[in-house]
Design a protein around this ligand. Structure first.
Ligand code: PLP
Length: 406
């Protein structure tokens, strides 16, 4: 049985109050709270086992290196990758996608080559491709969502032309919660020799992921949404694609030899990990992944699906609440505006007075906002520790907002 009250005890911050009300944390799509095991792992790494990694021949450096490198196998296992060296550490999905854009996109794409994006991508999966559009004439092709906010795999495949070189697509929208059938997209793309990048920043938190089953070339995750420390993350790079990539950042750790007039590079993954990394952040992410796997992604997904259904049933009763994204294949993420209520910032401010944390704004998804014909929305995004009582509190608070603001 999934005992959400027991899970909540693992997260110390959940017992605090905000504005004299028990905290209702519904901003998980932005960043999740941390269980005690992660906080302990970070504390231990700093207080007992800290040193730089890969460099020293002394005890502490060896311990820190072992702890840090052990996380690679944890993420390999978490994502179902074939080889540990296919996991490149970084500070999160933004860095991961920028790295692919520079390391793979720059040397492999030419003017006129096409990249397919969906209109619901996060800016982290848009702006790095705009760089290639601006600097080397790559063409971005957009796929729209349907009226319910769904994204049909076939619509993505229909956008393929002989010039398509990359499909970069999210597995779960951070605004609509829409889940995309990335496996179908990646399977067809592979048959056609088209590279695929899946933004798993949201999805990997809410469902089991297996990159070999999906068949993608690149898969990005975000540590701070996975209940791990901020500035932690990784990108999966399929081994044969790594051969097509040039290092993005130069510096320590990523080289074999450096001479006055030449340089040779380390092997993967270190070739793509220049400089002193987020040692403790990654150790904390390892603890978060252990924790998630202990609870079980399947059980988390089932719990969140019941929260989603409960919230949808409660919130869709109100015709003044415009919920964006009602497709059946949706995670527990609700973006909405209130009819006549002005800017969603007012909604989040009122909710905050009741201890309820939601986000308001464009959610780093301006092309989607333009597609929806709005400039901003409020967003309640649920996590493994949220409860149906919290959905009730949100629903009550939104009724209050409607009465006050409209
Ligand atoms: N992609 C999606 C779908 C996201 O929701 C986010 C963060 O909100 C990002 C990318 C950026 O991730 P990070 O914070 O790891 O850079």
């Amino acid at each position: 049985m999934y005992d959400v009250n027991e899970i909540r005890k693992d997260f110390p911050i959940l017992s605090r109050t905000v504005n004299n009300k028990p905290l209702v944390y519904l901003d998980n799509g932005a960043s999740a709270q941390k269980p005690q095991v992660v906080i302990d792992a970070v504390t231990k790494a700093y207080s007992e086992e800290y040193s730089n990694v890969h460099r020293g021949l002394h005890t502490l450096s060896n311990i820190a290196t072992d702890n840090y490198e052990a996380v690679r196998a944890k993420i390999q296992n978490f994502l179902g990758a074939k080889h540990p060296e296919e996991i490149i550490f970084n500070s999160g999905t933004t860095e991961g996608i920028n790295m692919i854009s520079y390391s793979w996109g720059v040397p492999n794409l030419q003017a006129g080559d096409e990249i397919i994006l969906s209109v619901m991508e996060h800016h982290a999966n848009i702006v790095p491709w705009h760089f290639l559009r601006e600097r080397q004439g790559v063409v971005i092709k957009w796929v729209e969502t349907d009226a319910d906010g769904g994204l049909n795999a076939q619509a993505v495949l229909d956008a393929i032309t002989p010039k398509t070189k990359l499909i970069a697509i999210t597995q779960m929208s951070n605004v609509l919660g829409t889940v995309v059938d990335v496996k179908t997209i990646c399977t067809v793309a592979r048959e056609k020799g088209i590279a695929t990048l899946v933004d798993g920043s949201q999805s990997s938190v809410h469902m089991p992921v297996n990159v070999q089953d999906i068949g993608c070339d690149f898969f990005a995750i975000t540590g701070h949404k996975l209940y791990g420390p901020s500035s932690s993350g990784a990108i999966y790079v399929r081994k044969d694609r790594a051969d097509e990539m040039r290092p993005f950042m130069g510096g320590g750790d990523m080289i074999k030899t450096v001479e006055r007039d030449c340089v040779s590079y380390n092997t993967i993954p270190h070739k793509f990990e220049a400089g002193t990394p987020g040692i403790v952040q990654m150790i904390g992410l390892g603890a978060a992944i252990d924790y998630l796997q202990e609870v079980g992604l399947d059980r988390i997904a089932a719990h969140e699906a019941s929260l989603r259904d409960y919230a949808m049933q409660k919130l869709s009763k109100h015709n003044w609440l415009n919920i964006q994204g009602r497709t059946a294949d949706k995670g527990a993420i609700f973006s909405f505006t209130i009819q006549g209520a002005g800017h969603p910032h007012d909604i989040s401010t009122i909710l905050d007075q009741r201890g309820i944390a939601v986000r308001a704004g464009h959610h780093c998804a301006q092309p989607l906002m333009q597609h929806l014909g709005i400039s901003a929305s409020a967003r309640a995004s649920f996590a493994m520790y949220n409860t149906t009582e919290e959905v009730d509190k949100l629903a009550d608070a939104l009724e209050f907002c409607y009465e006050l603001l409209s």
